[in-house]
Design a protein around this ligand. Structure first.
Ligand SMILES: [Zn+2]
Length: 229
């Protein structure tokens, strides 16, 4: 099978898995991924991730012009903005996953780091997630807000809407989105229970051992950031 055929199948398989586990419902959520020649494939507008047809996915030129398939998701500008600024991103997943959306509505979260360091896997797969303010769906300003983060985050949470998560490839982007959702769920379960977070030293150890982005070590125990050594 060609690279493109493999990618089309993978988008449909991951899409179905995401949908069947209730991580996004109806026709919400969309996925895009790059081919090695710069073209990319995205899920079509008004399509459900549960019932994607590999032959109808939108195939686009590097600049976003449709080559074949159905018209792409209307949320494509979110993807474009993250690809533009996050070099090395090979795929992006956007969902309306319940717990992540719930966290986006909390009044007291840090917009530079929406979740505390609860687990090693959150730090390893996601790192840090930034919060973007609420915008009406389709408002081009949301893409500008993502660009404004200048690629410092692989993962962005749109207020009262949902996460937009990039990864080096499709599998990494899907796993990071799932890890974000699971961590959001843990955070909500533990609210008010005074959980034991990873300590600054434990976070520093993960960053060094797994060569994670230095910025992750900024606030190891959930305190305000900028504690570089
Ligand atoms: Zn959306």
């Amino acid at each position: 099978m060609s690279e493109e055929a493999v990618l089309r199948e993978a988008i449909c398989r991951f899409g179905r898995s995401i949908f069947e586990r209730g991580l996004t419902s109806g026709s919400s959520g969309n996925i895009s991924a790059r081919l090695s020649d710069g073209r990319w494939v995205a899920t079509p507008t008004n399509s459900s991730l549960g019932w994607l047809d590999p032959a109808r996915l939108s195939l686009m030129e590097a600049g976003g012009k449709l080559i074949s398939g159905d018209p792409p998701t209307k949320e494509l500008p979110l993807h474009l903005a993250l690809y533009e600024t996050r070099h090395g991103a090979g795929a992006i997943v956007h969902l309306h996953s319940t717990h992540s959306v719930a966290v986006s509505m909390l009044q007291d979260i840090d917009a530079q780091n929406v979740l505390p360091p609860l687990t090693a896997y959150y730090l390893m797969r996601v790192g840090r997630t930034a919060l973007v303010p609420y915008y009406r769906p389709g408002d081009p300003a949301v893409a500008d807000a993502i660009r404004g983060l200048a690629g410092r985050y692989s993962s962005v949470l749109l207020s009262n809407h949902g996460p937009v998560v990039s990864g080096k490839d499709l599998e990494a982007a899907v796993y990071a989105t799932e890890e974000l959702e699971d961590t959001a769920k843990l955070h909500l379960l533990l609210r008010g229970l005074n959980p034991r977070l990873l300590t600054r030293d434990q976070v520093r150890d993960l960053v060094e051992h797994f060569r994670l982005d230095e910025a992750i070590a900024g606030d190891g125990d959930g305190a305000p950031h900028d504690h570089h050594h």
